[in-house]
Design a protein around this ligand. Structure first.
Ligand code: PLP
Length: 425
């Protein structure tokens, strides 16, 4: 459930009509609902309430300071994958002991930053990374808590670009080699083994792949304990999918996910960490855009919006579906028109939807892309020198711009022209 509903014929974010925000901020813009974010975080928190646990929000899905602060104040930990995300989590007031550091290519500089600033655990993905972390920790005279990310060779049955748990993927170490890698970890100075980490992919719509992976992790926990390792935490990753379209069957609920986790690993007495991103932020955000032109092609009609692939890349990158709805509620039995919905960027890939049936649109109409709160703003670029679009957070009847639109001057001022090019063009 989200908090983007029609009221009096107008699409609202909680108690605020999105048109009112558009009038002040201009389009396109992202809008997030605080109530939805908190609701989704709490669903996970409650689903794991039978076990010691920490829900670490995957910062990569939405890294705005206001969102991190909102979730951090509610008690969430954070899962970060870069020095920049670590800095964002810390700047939002999240203490290091609630931050886990994931990612296949952490640099020594990033390790140093996290060790100096405080870190709950590094999820280590390879032996070379483990050796590097050991050296950095020793050089700083500290101990780095680690979990090793294992690759359980499980088919997550999701889009190939977001599946991470098969042996051909770059992530983690093969679970079959886990014992020797943990033995290496125990032998290296400056490291302390605290747990096991697994993350098999994103937008999973079935619990079975999770179950298979967690069963393998449970067996590995017993094996590693028998070999003398103190496995006290299990980081079970993120990945639970969301309904991107109202007509499809809904993916499993966090409550069912939590019950499955309890069944598979509850008997081990470990503290469970999870790293959900999409399920917390995805349906908590919309992208609002204006229709610029309705263009008649030879065999189709193009709806040309002021949002483009640089603002929301998921459709062109993953063939992702986003429901598109008008801000003015159509009459229940209103006619439909069929559109290819596109943006202004000079790429054929700048297509949001092909052959989509929508209420007939005219230039100046406003539409919202639903489910755009995760992997939307964070993946945006300034391609075609289109400024990063504003982000707005709504809470009840309050709203605030949480990232403003930069001016062209600000964008251009980031470039530097070398002295030898001084003079006019
Ligand atoms: N944890 C790790 C290591 C990831 O790579 C990802 C996503 O790619 C996540 C958590 C979050 O996944 P999701 O947003 O699907 O919950």
């Amino acid at each position: 459930m989200d908090h983007f509903l029609y009221r009096d014929g107008r699409l609202h974010a909680e108690d605020v009509p999105l048109e009112a925000i558009a009038a002040e901020v201009g389009t396109p813009f992202y809008c997030y609902s605080a109530a939805t974010l908190l609701r989704h975080y709490r669903l996970f928190d409650e689903a794991l309430s039978g076990m010691p646990h920490l829900v670490c929000f995957a910062v990569k899905s939405n890294s705005n300071q206001a969102i991190l602060r909102l979730l951090g104040q509610a008690g969430a930990g954070m899962d970060v994958v870069s020095g920049g995300e670590y800095a964002r989590a810390r700047a939002a007031g999240v203490s290091g002991d609630r931050i886990v550091f994931s990612g296949v290519g952490k640099t020594r500089g990033e390790m140093r930053t996290a060790l100096e600033g405080g870190i709950r655990q590094f999820n280590v993905e390879s032996e070379p990374e483990m050796r590097a972390l050991s050296e950095v920790a020793v050089s700083l005279g500290v101990t780095a808590p680690i979990a090793v990310r294992v690759n359980p060779d499980v088919d997550a049955k999701t889009h190939a670009k977001i599946a991470t748990g098969k042996s051909e993927n770059k992530f983690g170490i093969p679970i079959s080699r886990a014992k020797e890698v943990y033995a290496l970890a125990a032998s290296l100075p400056g490291l302390e083994v605290v747990g096991i980490d697994v993350h098999i992919g994103s937008q999973l719509t079935d619990l079975e792949p999770f179950r298979l992976a967690y069963r393998k992790v449970a067996a590995l926990t017993e094996e590693l304990r028998a070999a003398g390792h103190d496995i006290r935490r299990l980081d079970l990753g993120g990945g639970l999918g969301i309904p991107y379209t109202r007509s499809n069957a809904a993916p499993p609920l966090p409550l069912d996910y939590g019950a499955m986790v309890q069944e598979e690993v509850g008997h081990l007495g470990c503290e469970v960490e999870i790293e959900p991103g999409r399920l917390i932020s995805g349906n908590a955000g919309v992208l609002v855009s204006e229709v610029i032109y309705v263009k008649e092609g030879e065999d189709r009609t193009f709806l040309i919006l002021d949002a483009a692939m640089n603002d929301l890349v998921r459709p062109s990158m993953y063939d992702a579906h986003h429901d598109i709805v008008p801000l003015a509620e159509p009459a229940p039995a209103s006619e439909q028109a069929r559109y290819d919905v596109v943006g202004p960027v000079c790429e054929t890939g700048d297509t949001f939807a092909r052959g989509r049936d929508l209420a007939p649109c005219a230039p100046g109409d406003l539409v919202a892309f639903r489910s755009a709160g995760a992997y939307g703003a964070v993946m945006a670029s300034e391609y075609n020198t289109r400024p990063l679009i504003p982000e707005v957070l709504v809470q009840g009847s309050d709203w605030a711009v949480i990232r403003r639109r930069p001016s062209f001057e600000e964008i251009i001022a980031r470039d530097a022209v070398p002295a030898w090019l001084d003079g006019d063009a």
